[in-house]
Design a protein around this ligand. Structure first.
Ligand code: AP5
Ligand code: ZN
Length: 228
């Protein structure tokens, strides 16, 4: 089971990846989460990635391929894994195929979360994350239990805490309308074309991600059962 969760910024990859992880018992690997952890830790990779990520650009293929190559060698990936946010370019796609082929494996399913660009700004600008776990919340669609709002209905930042740990939530530096425009351009120009690479093998399953989260999850469950 080697699965790719595919979709634009705000499609719901990080929302549903951990649920598939729980369901199938294979880890969800988000290159975005791994890069944010590297930025926080101030590693060499983090220093190189920080500004590129904040502006909404793509980190170099060399860096992300290296991160994934190391990660999928770990014990918990032996029975498969779910990729969130990788591959994102044709070069990454080819590098992935090559490293999997060396182990006699290949990508078995691509779940494509389809959402029109027009709904993504509200999802992105309303998102708050718990950095350590990667859990994401939304001021309107998935508020933390602790959320309090001021008279104008805006969330009070101090009240935004993680349901499980009570730790503070934060907003991502790239979750601005400006950086989103750049992230979406990257998605359409560099990432969407890689679907063509997987379509001939019939493993791409499209899901309507422009509906409530429960509806999306039901369609993902159906897509997991469909085909291979
Ligand atoms: P990454 O962290 O992967 O960001 P992204 O691809 O832009 O995706 P997001 O995390 O924004 O969206 P998501 O689909 O996970 O949405 P979520 O479920 O949280 O990458 C960040 C950066 O790292 C990149 O820009 C790049 O610089 C770098 N990078 C990472 N991988 C790379 C690679 N392979 N190559 C090069 N560079 C790389 O949902 C969003 C919000 O909407 C949440 O608030 C959620 O609660 C809400 N929501 C979710 N579903 C619904 C729904 N159905 N209805 C209403 N609200 C919903
Ligand atoms: Zn994400």
């Amino acid at each position: 089971n080697i699965m790719i969760l595919f979709g634009p910024p705000g499609a719901g990859k990080g929302t549903h990846g951990p649920k598939i992880e729980d369901l199938l018992g294979i880890p969800a690997l988000s290159t975005g989460d791994m890069l944010r952890a590297a930025v926080s830790a101030g590693t060499e990779v983090g220093k190189k990635a920080k500004a590129v990520m904040a502006s909404g650009g793509l980190v170099s293929d060399e860096i992300v391929v290296g991160i994934i190559r190391d990660r999928i060698k770990e014990e918990d990936c032996k029975h498969g894994f779910i990729l969130d946010g990788f591959p994102r370019t044709l070069a990454q796609t080819k590098a992935l195929d090559k490293m999997l082929a060396e182990e006699g494996a290949c990508v078995t399913k691509v779940i494509e979360l389809e959402v029109p660009d027009s709904v993504l700004e509200e999802r992105i600008t309303g998102r708050w994350i718990h950095k350590k776990s990667g859990r994401s919340y939304h001021v309107k669609y998935a508020p933390p239990k602790s959320m309090k709002t001021d008279a104008s209905g805006k969330p009070i930042p101090e009240s935004m805490t993680d349901d499980a740990t009570g730790e503070a939530l934060m907003q991502r530096p790239d979750d601005t309308a400006k950086a989103l425009t750049k992230r979406l351009a990257g998605y359409h120009n560099e990432t969407v074309p890689i679907l063509k690479h997987y379509e001939p093998s019939g493993i791409v399953k499209a899901v309507n991600a422009n509906q409530g989260m429960n509806g999306v999850w039901d369609e993902i469950l159906a897509a997991l059962k469909r085909g291979s």
